[in-house]
Write a protein that binds this ligand. Structure first.
Ligand code: ZN
Length: 559
């Protein structure tokens, strides 16, 4: 790029060694948008530190309304950069691509596609910038911070929706209904030859037809385009042993708290790009540019078959939903791996044995360990009732775009609930919330009266699988496991011993069956026998005085 070109990006002006600040980025984009009828800049949210989160819309038909774009005959491609703000390649690549599209050279890319582009999603993290943001990454010189101003990781927030950034993304997805979604990152970790790694849910997901389309229509063309430009595309890479790849690669099973798996469960074709942190910023930005350009071409070309795949996944019926995936029992898959030679050194300081990358290219066959085996599934009820008092949950369901019927008059219903028995909380918070380490569940059926404002969520809807994984306690991304119902764990009434003692005596005298059960319990459980506290609790539980809501997850299943 000629440095005197008026449309040179701030990144290009530095020879792609620097990446512009939020203000520089937005100023530059505002000028670009002002100079083209095909571009529009919109604010999609407000960050925790009150910065506008902005999105560029590109459309040759100059249709910028969500209703128009969602029903357009052209595909709508949605890509976002800076969800982890230090991993910013997508911003600089997107600026260059929009410039080339709007200033003529690549205008044809808009003939058969419309675009949505968030240049910086985690805007506050982006402004926490310095030379010390990401020690493992080769450029740009100053990098932003991974998490947002509240230290929350946006790419763990797709189910719980606690950050303004992901909230904004969910709204864009609901309103604009894009046809393809791309989330652009930079890796940490091992060395290898690949510069542009990327992935999508290939198997063991919720949208099998979309997975097939991405594998057969999308991937070959994007890989070819990258290779033609001298890049080395590869799959998402996670060393099985945590350092070198001698034990193979793990094709990790993400859950819907991650962007691309959230897309998968919503039947929105979604891709996670992870550029290699050890490759120079310039190379990564140029690779991202090629990726995005080819994505537009490929989606335009194969849009009909993509729409078929999406339709088929949206209309798929399901009686069960997997909530946990694990490794295959007999892993036989292997992959050709373009690695870098390494040796293990022993540290004289810490005594630790660590991997040192030696820089020589090496190609080897390694095991590819697929985590696509459904380990646990839940049966799908007709729907779930969320009582009015859990408005936070009802609002989050709404933010996901899930359809609900809201109760106008109080209603008596016979529903199934999950009751938590033994449980253990994690010893530290995760993403600001106290989650469970372990718990046991039994189901019970009760008649309850739900108040106006309660919500009924049918599972027979396009987002049905998402409904199930948010509602079912067994699912790791359920609101229950995220800790939103932790208040149900506290017992708030009790019985004084001087009330208990005569009551227990009376109960034992009047009920032979209870007497036998008590003797049985003492015999089988010596700890119980010697604990007055446990004995009181045991008898208390036999009385109608015990809180019937204690440890009962308040989501009711209607079968
Ligand atoms: Zn990342």
């Amino acid at each position: 790029m000629d440095k005197s070109d008026p449309w040179i990006t701030p990144g290009e002006l530095s020879g792609l060694t620097e990446s512009p600040t939020y203000a520089e980025t937005m100023n530059w984009l505002e000028k670009l948008v002002a100079d083209s009828e095909n571009l529009k800049l919109v604010t999609i949210g407000q960050s925790e530190q009150n910065r506008p989160i902005q999105m560029v819309i590109a459309s040759k038909d100059q249709e910028f309304e969500a209703t128009k774009l969602s029903t357009s005959k052209k595909p709508l491609i949605f890509f976002q950069a800076g969800i982890h703000a230090g991993e910013i390649d997508g911003k600089d690549a997107g600026m260059m691509l929009l410039r080339d599209i709007s200033q003529g050279r690549k205008a044809a890319l808009l003939d058969d596609a419309n675009l949505l582009f968030i240049p910086i999603l985690n805007v506050d993290g982006h402004e926490r910038r310095s030379e010390f943001g990401r020690v493992n990454q080769r450029g740009p010189r100053e990098m932003g911070w991974r998490t947002n101003a509240q230290n929350l990781n946006l790419n763990r927030d797709y189910t719980k929706l606690e950050t303004s950034g992901v909230h904004a993304v969910a709204r864009v997805i609901n309103e604009f209904d894009p046809d393809l979604y791309i989330d652009i990152h930079v890796t940490d970790g091992a060395d290898y030859q690949y510069d542009i790694t990327y992935g999508f849910v290939e198997s063991g997901g919720y949208s099998p037809e979309i997975s097939k389309w991405l594998k057969t229509n999308f991937k070959p063309e994007v890989d070819q385009a990258l290779q033609d430009q001298g890049h080395i595309p590869g799959p998402l890479l996670f060393a099985a042993n945590g350092n070198d790849f001698s034990q193979g690669n793990v094709a990790f099973s993400f859950s819907p708290r991650f962007s691309h798996t959230y897309g998968d469960i919503r039947h929105l074709p979604s891709i996670l790009i992870e550029n290699h942190s050890l490759k120079p910023f310039e190379q990564r930005v140029l690779g991202t540019y090629v990726f995005l350009e080819q994505t537009i071409k490929t989606v335009s070309k194969h849009f009909a078959s993509l729409q078929e795949a999406v339709k088929s996944d949206k209309n798929k019926t399901f009686n069960e939903v997997p909530v946990k995936f694990g490794f295959r029992e007999n892993p036989t898959d292997s992959m050709e791996f373009l690695g870098i030679t390494s040796r293990k050194d022993s540290s004289v300081i810490t005594g630790n044995e660590y991997v040192v990358w030696e820089g020589e290219k090496v190609t080897k066959l390694i095991p590819n360990l697929l985590m696509d085996n459904p380990m646990e599934s839940v049966k799908v009820p007709k729907g779930y009732w969320i009582p009015a008092e859990w408005q936070t949950i009802i609002q989050k369901m709404k933010s996901h775009g899930i359809k609900m019927d809201i109760l106008e008059k109080a209603k008596k219903l016979n529903l199934e609930f999950s009751k938590i028995d033994l449980y253990q909380m994690s010893d530290q918070p995760y993403e600001g919330l106290m989650r469970f380490q372990s718990f046991e569940i039994t189901d019970l059926t009760r008649t309850v009266t739900l108040q106006p404002g309660s919500a009924f969520v049918k599972t027979d809807q396009e987002l049905g699988e998402l409904v199930v994984i948010l509602m079912e306690p067994e699912s790791i991304d359920s609101f229950f496991q995220w800790g939103y119902f932790n208040s149900i764990l506290t017992q708030t009434e009790y019985m004084e011993s001087y009330i208990m003692e005569p009551l227990i005596a009376k109960m034992l005298a009047e009920d032979e069956e209870l007497r036998n059960r008590f003797e049985e319990e003492k015999k089988s459980n010596p700890e119980f026998k010697n604990s007055p506290r446990d004995i009181y609790a045991w008898f208390y539980a036999q009385t109608p005085y015990l809180d019937q809501n204690w440890k009962v997850v308040p989501i009711g299943r209607e079968w």
